[in-house]
Design a protein around this ligand. Structure first.
Ligand SMILES: [Zn+2]
Length: 270
């Protein structure tokens, strides 16, 4: 990943996505916002108990840094499900401001310019997909449920169906999310992961007493590979959100009382 420090807010980009004209993507950190603890400072979620005016100010700062209008941010109510929603220009701005009645979905796809997608994270794995041939993007949110439910595969398939995307030519980026260093799950989750992944030994390490280290990076990487995305086209963030609470929000490390950092992905005319 590359860190950009110019202007008001730092943000990160992935090397494999950075060079495409007309593709905008940014991973924000928790730095540079106005929220008070435990949401300090760049919390982009309306749903964690932070003051709405702080979240709006934070979203305005993030958008200003990217040259976007805040009112264009297009989002969903994230529910740790597997629903994937295609959005069009008519959906532009859905969820930019605190509104009720947002669609419940954990992945968004679009091939329309000027519809920047926003999702929010604190340990769950962000998954960015880009089809450079058809100029289409996807953004997904995968905690353990989305990972074992293979929302990564579902999003690739949704892009195949909607845009005729070929997984062989797609690019993907994973993270920042909680790393295997910090993500311990119980037998129930480990059993689901074993059922979901034939190569589960690469993503699960037994700690004894019914506890396992679960590698969400490795599991989602395997899911993308099974969907036909070449492993060489997938870049993983080198961060663990739980280890790096100086940079990111972490639901686990901060006992559930924290904010959400944002990932924004969008298209312009190329
Ligand atoms: Zn860690």
């Amino acid at each position: 990943m590359n860190r950009h420090n110019h202007g008001q807010l730092p943000y990160l980009t992935f090397s494999n996505l950075e060079t495409y004209p007309g593709l905008l993507h940014a991973v924000f950190t928790r730095i540079g916002g106005v929220s008070a603890p435990p949401y300090a400072t760049l919390n982009l979620s309306y749903a964690v108990g932070d003051r709405m005016e702080c979240v709006i100010a934070n979203r305005q700062r993030a958008c200003a840094q990217l040259g976007l209008e805040m009112g264009s941010l297009t989002s969903t109510f994230q529910v740790h499900g597997l629903d994937i929603k295609q959005v069009w220009r008519g959906d532009r701005g859905t969820g930019a401001y605190p509104t009720r009645g947002l669609p419940r979905a954990d992945a968004l796809i679009t091939d329309e310019p000027e519809v920047p997608l926003l999702m929010r994270f604190a340990d769950c794995m962000p998954i960015i997909l880009y089809d450079p041939v058809h100029h289409a993007v996807g953004l997904a949110h995968a905690g353990w449920k989305g990972t074992v439910g293979k929302i990564a595969v579902g999003t690739v398939e949704a892009m195949q169906g909607a845009f005729d995307s070929d997984p062989e030519t797609m690019l993907a980026a994973l993270g920042p999310g909680i790393g295997p260093c910090c993500y311990v799950v119980r037998d129930d989750v480990a059993s689901l992961a074993k059922a979901a992944f034939t190569s589960w030994q690469e993503a699960l390490v037994s700690l004894g007493d019914g506890l396992w280290r679960f590698d969400l990076y490795r599991a989602n990487w395997a899911a993308l590979a099974s969907a036909g995305v070449p492993p060489a086209n997938v870049e993983s963030a080198e961060y663990c959100t739980s280890c790096r609470t100086d940079l990111f929000f972490s639901h686990r490390a901060e006992n559930g009382r924290t904010g959400r950092f944002g990932v924004i992905v969008g298209l312009s005319q190329r």
